[in-house]
Design a protein around this ligand. Sequence first.
Ligand code: HEM
Length: 421
Amino acid sequence: MHGTDNGAQPSPAPKRRRLAGIQDETPNLSPSTAPEPLPATAPARRRMGDPRATTKPSEAPTAAPTRRRMGEAVPEASSLSHDQEQHPGVPQEQVTQTGGKSVLENGVANKAVRQEGVPGSMSRRWKGVVLKVLGVAVVTAAIVLLARWARTTQPVMDFLSEYPGHTEPGSDAPTGIPAWVNWQHFLNIFFLVLIVRTGLQVRLEKRPAGYWTPAPGSFFAPKGNARKKVSLAQWLHQCLDVLWILNGLIFIILLFTTGRWTRIVPTSWDILPNAASAAVQYASLNWPAENGWVYYNALQVLAYFLTVFVAAPLAIISGIRMSTWWPDNTKASRFLTIDFARALHFPVMLYFAGFTVIHVLLVFLTGALENLNHMFTARSAADWLGLLVFLASVLVIAAAWFLTKPVFTTPLASKMGKVSR
Ligand code: HEM
C-alpha cells in the first residue's frame, strides 16, 4: 500500500546519524509519519542463541526494533511474516506498509528528534574536533622535536649505529620479490577490500536487499547444523572469506617452501632494539634506509608478521564463530562465545584498515615508483610501469566493488541456495 494510513505526506527517508554518542539502532524507515510517541524501552540487540530471539512478537509489544547482524541468522522454517522478521519483537499491527517497505510507526518520531538535533550541539562538536586535531598536532610536534634532539645526543647516536633499524639478512636469504608474491599481494588487497565492504554492510544495513539460505548439505550448511537464513551481504562476505583464506594458505605454503619467510618473521631478538631504532628514525623524520628489495626494516617486519600471523588468524576464527559454518551446540561455543567473537572481529577489521592506511602512505612517501615496481612488476626499477599496474589494479577493485551489488550477485547466490526477500 502506498502512502500512509493517516494521510500525512511522505518526506525523504532520513539518513542514519549518530548524535551525542547515541547508537542509532532504529531500522531504515521508509517515508511515513509518526502518530505514536517515542518508545520508552531501550533497543535490545538480538543475538544468536539469545532467548529473546525466540520471544513471540506479541510478548514484546513495546520493545524497540533491532538490527540483524552477522551471526544472527534466522531459522529457515520461520513462521514470522517478512516484516516481523525485519522487526523482531514488534507485533504485526505496528508494522505498516509504505511504498512496498515496512514502517514502524512509533520509530519515526524518534528519528525526527534525532534529525533535528540539539541546538548548538553542532558547533560544540566542531569545537571538539578542532581541539582534538590541535592536540594531535601538538603531541606529534613534541615527539618529532624530542626525537630530533635525542638524535644529537651521544648515547642515542651510539644506539643507532649499533642498531641501524634492521637485522642484516643472512648470505643465503632470498633477495627480490617474485611475481607470485605480486599476485598474492594483489589478490589479498582485492579480497580484503570487498570483505571489509560486505562486512560493514552486514553490520550496518538495517534492511538487507535479500536473504539467502544455503542449499541442504552444502558447504555453507554443515551436517547437523540448522540451515540458517542470512542476508545476501553475509553470503557474499562468507564466499569472499573462503577465497581470501585460500589465497592466504597458498601464500603461507609458498612463503615457507621458498625460504622467504625469513623476510617477514622475526628470527632474532635484536628485532626489538632495531624496531626502537627505526621508530626513533621515523619520529625524527630522518627515515631508515629503504631497501625493500633485500630486506624490510624491523618495524616493517613486525607489522607484516602481526598482520599475517596474528590479525588474519584472529579475523578467521572470530568470523567462523559468527558464520553459518560454526557447528550448533558444541562445547567450543561456550569458550568462544558469539559476543566475544563479535567484540574481536570489528577491532581486527579496524587494525587491517589502519595498517593499510599507514602501509600505503609509507609506500608512497618512501620511493613510490621503486616500491610499486617491487610489488606490482616484480622488478627493482624506478620507472612508471609499477605505478601504471597499481592504478590498473585499483580499477579492477573498483569494478569488483560495483559488481558486488545484489542485482549482479543474486543469480550466483540462487545457484548456491535459496534467495528470498
Ligand atoms: C593499495 C594497497 C597496497 C599497496 C599499494 C601495497 C604496497 C606494498 C609494497 C610496495 C610492498 C613492498 C614494500 C617494499 O618492497 O619495500 C608491500 C609489501 C607487503 N604488503 Fe602491501 N600494499 C597494499 C596493501 C596491503 C594490504 C591490504 C596488506 C595486508 C593486509 C598488505 C600486506 C603486505 C605484506 C605482508 C607485505 C610484505 C610481503 C612480502 O614481502 O612477502 N599490503 N606492499
